[in-house]
Design a protein. Sequence first.
Length: 98
Amino acid sequence: MPKGYVILTENIHDPAGMAAYSRVSGATLAEYGAAVRVVDDNVELIEGEWPGRRTVVLEFESVEQAREWYHSAGYQAAVPLRRAAADCNAIIASGFSL
């Protein structure tokens, strides 16, 4: 079963609010077995456009687990904090397996 990835791009306009979001959302990551693979404020754009300054990549054991995390009550409690602190885009993607 391929891994599931949540990829977020963020333009943060309230760093203190984003820190509050991180505290609330952090516990939910551990609960769903997520691994933070990327947090980068300086990605190198090599083609096209990228919709944010910060890029975050979270890895889950499966796409279903990523969905369960995103829609969980715990994470949904954190979402308004993120939306108030940053303009974001988020996707769930399936990993590649041979």
